[in-house]
Design a protein around this ligand. Sequence first.
Ligand SMILES: [Ca+2]
Ligand SMILES: [Ca+2]
Ligand SMILES: [Ca+2]
Ligand SMILES: [Ca+2]
Length: 449
Amino acid sequence: MLKFSALAALVAAVPSYKTSEIKSTERGVEVPGENGWTVTCRIELDNPPAFSLIDGDDLFYTTFAIGPGDAVYRIKNWISQCGAKPVAEKLFTEFPWPNAIQPVPEALYGPRWFSVSSGFFPNSKNDGCVAVFNADTLEMHYMTPGCKHLQGEHPSFFYHKVEWHDMDQDGDLDMLTARCLNDGPITPINQTLLWFENDGSFPSNIKLWKEHEIAAGNNTADVFFDTTYLTRPGTTKEQLVIAVSGFYSQQLELIWTEDADDDWLYVSKHRSIIVDDAGWYFEVEFHDVNGDGKKEMLTTTWSRSDENGALYTYSLNSADWRNPDSWFRHDIYTRFPRFLNAGFGSPGGFATGTKKSGEKRETIWVSGDDDGQVYQHTPLSDLAQNWRYETVPIYKTDDDLGFATLTGATIGQIQAIDYNKDGSTDILIPNYTRNEMIILEQCGINCEI
Ligand SMILES: [Ca+2]
Ligand SMILES: [Ca+2]
Ligand SMILES: [Ca+2]
Ligand SMILES: [Ca+2]
């Protein structure tokens, strides 16, 4: 979740429009499931959850705010806490504005290691970092400068996620990430896609992993990105391809290297194209959206006061993915709501999966971010070439939210899971506004369960 809304009050105070013209709305009522869905589990928290990760029976989540309280938490046996207010273990408080928690490949440090990426633009939160920790021992190591640990002078970059790839082809996994230096929701001061070279041991205060900036032409990496392997045109070799969903740049960019061995040490061989410039890109994922065996780029763009947010899929209609004309955009939904308050936007990230096990084609669920809703986009046909979807809301934090809303309501990073293993997909919702982790289950047309 890219989270501007916590700054809403500050942004509203900027005299770009008169705050007196914004009517403060009464808080509406929650709609705990609709269009075939209902809330069946609610775990009350002391803090607003943003990102989460399920690890066996445990649930990790991050919480952040403008004020104090940033932390990484864990709830053990979390499913058994439905309907309760469990005492969450506070694992780490060192990270300002902690974002994604991700599993670290076992090839790195063995089992049960996770990464946390942190930081965002508010003044006291912008010295972010990436760290890894072991879930059993809670041993923790910083992977980058930042987070105010001792490592000398460095710019205050913030980080949202990492991926692990062997960038220099020496047989070990290196850490790929995007970072951004910024002091507001405006053009960044610096933004970089880069990788840290694995030297065989944990980085330390005096011996960090070597940084390698990726020097592709456009360099619009700021918050989210994703990676996949595509066949090098004219060969049978696969190579790493990075999709960057540029929020500030409003560009969807693809980045690769022309090096025949896919060795990213040679910066002169880095290349990129702009696939599209359809809005403030939020999340992006390489995913086989239509079930034809080929990956598309699934992405969202965040709304602004004069432009709606959108859910797009970009499919490849030629073997040469290096040509922007080879990518064809399918508009899944383009009417995510606008807000007068520039601190609010919609949608956020998404989750994919079949509604029931055995179905042919996947449904897409999208977090409405600051509109407090969860949306469901169901394909109207099993045919892969059909890109028409039906969109309905399946959850609302506040049924009264609208364009002039001053307070907003925020949904974090949702997940499609099957927590009770009954073959029906359930949606895990970190409800930032309600301080709750919520499970939404399918319940048939009438929702009588
Ligand atoms: Ca390597
Ligand atoms: Ca190495
Ligand atoms: Ca596909
Ligand atoms: Ca289920």
